[in-house]
Design a protein around this ligand. Structure first.
Ligand code: FAD
Length: 294
């Protein structure tokens, strides 16, 4: 099945995009988390969302969740690792699953933290962002996972069935759904070291000899997710219609740039959908002209 619009991210930008696309009767798929967005849940009090004053992030999240549920919108709880432009459509990859969509909206938010020392240097040389995609490369090897959210626990469990040793460094309050054979490391990562390939994770109090490391964050830098995507620093380059340099690919929310705000993100989600729909309409006209010609 090929979707009209695939939306990656379930924060205010992605949800606003989904609601507006649904109103326009488009066939959509929305990827993200059932928790909606950690940046929403963690806000103690929000006063700048028009029409709703003095609300906690948790309560606003529940309002958003009720809204999409009332409209029959489901969140597909998958992490998209790569998006490839195939010309007339896109292929989205999540672990071993692939999805096709004519247009894509990136609403993945942004990671505030800096990259770890050595992370960029060894990316693809032992550093990865998707354990379920690359696990087979680490059969009987020693691997570390730095997990920034509880979704990383599932990745660690999968990896522990293949690798000889899995070290798990939680960067959040661990809920611990980890398999018994996983070593939990209560320490803070400092640097990834290696020669041609990764061979060490240096932490504040200890060091681990490893052959691979996965860093599972809330969002991955978009330039690693979409080959050929133009970025400016950590933001995706876009115009006022939220179009990127890749035809059919749009962006909304924090990943499009500052200010980092809910209402701005939601507004951009709406704009991105309008642009995606214009693109879908043009594609339809192009196809009907071709059919008439032949
Ligand atoms: P996010 O809310 O970050 O959502 C992105 C979602 O996409 C996440 O759920 C993430 O898991 C998911 N995702 C990412 N990558 C993938 C992938 N590859 N596949 C599937 N899903 C993916 N703003 C205000 O306007 N007012 C405030 O009072 C305010 N208070 C704040 C308080 C705190 C503590 C914080 C951290 C932020 C606050 N902000 C506030 C800023 C606001 O949270 C952000 O601007 C807003 O959440 C951005 O929305 P977004 O949809 O772009 O991204």
């Amino acid at each position: 099945m090929r979707y009209d619009i695939a939306i990656i991210g379930s924060g205010p930008a992605g949800l606003a995009a989904a609601v507006n696309a649904k109103i326009r009767n488009k066939n959509i798929i929305l990827f993200g988390s059932e928790d909606i967005s950690q940046k929403l849940i963690k806000a103690p009090s929000i006063d700048n969302y028009l029409g709703i004053s003095n609300i906690s992030g948790l309560d606003l999240k529940n309002k958003f969740k009720n809204h999409i549920e009332d409209m029959g919108i489901k969140i597909t709880q998958k992490r998209i690792n790569n998006v490839y432009s195939m010309g007339e459509y896109f292929t989205l990859v999540s672990g071993n699953d692939t999805y096709e969509s004519t247009t894509v909206i990136l609403a993945t938010g942004i990671e505030y933290g800096k990259m770890l020392k050595g992370e960029e240097e060894f990316l693809g040389k032992g550093v990865g962002y998707c354990a379920t995609c690359d696990a087979m490369l680490y059969r009987n090897k020693k691997v570390a996972i730095i997990g920034y959210n509880n979704e990383a626990e599932e990745e660690a469990n999968f990896l522990s069935e293949i690798a000889s040793n899995v070290y798990y460094v939680p960067m959040y309050k661990l809920e611990n759904k980890l398999n018994n054979n996983i070593n939990i490391i209560d320490d803070r990562p400092v640097e990834i070291k290696g020669e041609k390939l990764v061979n060490k994770l240096v932490l504040k109090k200890s060091e681990l000899d490893i052959e691979g490391i996965f860093i599972i964050k809330d969002s991955v830098s978009p330039k690693y997710m979409v080959p050929g995507l133009e970025v400016e620093g950590s933001h995706i380059k876009s115009d006022k219609n939220m179009s990127t340099n890749i035809e059919g690919l749009y962006v909304a929310g924090d990943c499009a740039g500052k200010p980092y705000q809910y209402l701005k993100s939601a507004g951009q989600g709406q704009t991105a959908v309008s642009s995606a729909i214009s693109h879908l309409d043009k594609q339809k006209i192009k196809k009907s002209v071709l059919v008439d010609t032949y």
